[in-house]
Design a protein around this ligand. Sequence first.
Ligand code: FAD
Ligand code: DLZ
Ligand code: SF4
Length: 548
Amino acid sequence: MTTLRVVLGDQCSEGLSALDGLDAARDVVLMAEVRAECTYVRHHKQKIALVLSAMRHFAAALRGRGITVAYTCLDDADNTHSLAGEVARAAKAHGATRIICTHPGEFRVLRDMQSWRDATGLPVEIREDSRFLCSLDRFRAWAGDKKQLRMEYFYREMRRATGLLMTAPDEPAGGQWNYDAENRAALPAGLTPPRPRRFAPDAVTQAVIALVEREFPDHFGTTDQFHWPVTAEQAEQALADFVTHRLPRYGDYQDAMAQGEATLFHALVGAALNCGLLDPMAACRAAEAAYRSGHAPLNAVEGFIRQILGWREYVRGLYWLKMPAYRETNALEAHRKLPWLYWSGETGMACMAAAIRQTRDLAYAHHIQRLMVTGNFALLAGLAPAEVNDWYMVVYADAYEWVELPNVQGMALHADGGVMASKPYAASGAYINRMSDYCRGCAYDVKRPTGEGACPFNYLYWDFMARHATRFAKNMRMAMPLRTLAKMDPNKVATMRAQATAFLDALEAGAEPLPMARRTSASRAGRDSVLPLPEPTQARRRTPPARR
Ligand code: FAD
Ligand code: DLZ
Ligand code: SF4
């Protein structure tokens, strides 16, 4: 009676439900590096390297505990390169009588798992993923037949259920549930955020990086700056580094952006959480302890816990509640192609260039860059949700569909028609100027609404409002911008709309219409401020970013 216990690349967790009750004398754990998972979207090179390195380290740790691990390396000659293929091969090789696995993070993999019974002729038990703090059943019960789902109310339930930051059963610490209103400061000049701890690639990671460079040379991104934690021990060190050095100011500067500052006071733990190296409850408890000891203020700790206990669990519940239809939503009827600048970073828009170049080099951008720069541009420009989703799935080390899709489809693009967020996060250049120093080093003028040199976010914003004025007429949260639009000179609106169309058409044709007098004044940090116009590069022909 041998049980084959399957552990996927984002399931590198000691407490994984698939390992519960494991009998080391008889059972076999299967871990398989397969081409299908590395290429169903053409993941950033760092993401593949992170997942494969985490898998190899986790397999070694299991073996160290006397557990038999059947491990397929990507370059093994007999690799079938699909999960189903490797499960069938291992089941046969080890004479397995049943298969146990943990619920996967993506709908397509669940479908695949459900086919393993037919492929192997063995019973397949798919266990709940107990690493999440809210089970799917519980989320479904909470959602019930509510007309509107809102993260804030879900989050309060989770605070009550876990007791995190509670002083009594219905009494949140400090008397308020949410301190977001205190978390909107820009980074003051002279304040340099502490550098996050980096983990130099060990021999295992170096071998994997070489493999990735060899096997996936055309994938987006570079591996030169790989610094991710690849073991649970390192992930805990990364968390401790955050709690000690950045958490105290996490709240204040949560929405800030700054040229040359990739992380600011963010935690940089999403990639480790999502591949299973870090326990979400441990992260919340560490932050709570910092509050209780007086090391970090409540606005910072509540803000951080809300991201993990609230947003992370909420988007996961929503994903499984709404899939597969959720992926197909396109409420704003957005159909434009993703412009090439999302891959090249070659644009005069300093905010976009900074976010994209950083993403290429680090496989990371913080939330406000994702939402209010690249996401906001995609929303205003009316880019097709499928293309935008593919981009976000490709470019980040922490990207898995269960978390990427609701954030892009729902939060950034409003493609779900308001299931996830009550209004679109649309903003003009003024917001980016308020929250960052990007505009100071930009080829465009953030103060100009239209005409030569005007910031594209400005005319795109009003074009977006005019395009969707009827749709949002009854949305109270959109009343203010729509009132402003209604008071505008119709000629000015028409000019802005014409400029928006001309700009987007030019981008689609691969030639951004930069202003004549390109201002080259350096930003505060003087880095990456103005980039050359996009060339019809080699890479454009080489790297079709398509989903398989
Ligand atoms: P911090 O800001 O320090 O937050 C701490 C943790 O809270 C994160 O690691 C994450 O686990 C959780 N968290 C914060 N915000 C969210 C959120 N909106 N949804 C879910 N969890 C959240 N997150 C991913 O994990 N994978 C993605 O593919 C992803 N794609 C995104 C796409 C868009 C358009 C947007 C707007 C957000 C996306 N996010 C995604 C959410 C968020 O931006 C990242 O979790 C965060 O930037 C990761 O960096 P960090 O660890 O420094 O986060
Ligand atoms: C992301 C990823 C990658 C790049 N490679 C593998 C792999 O080779 N083998 C594997 O088991 N898992 C991998 N993963 C993680 C899976 O894609 C992930 O389990 C699914 O997307 C479900 O979340
Ligand atoms: Fe971005 Fe506009 Fe500011 Fe340039 S001026 S950095 S395009 S918001």
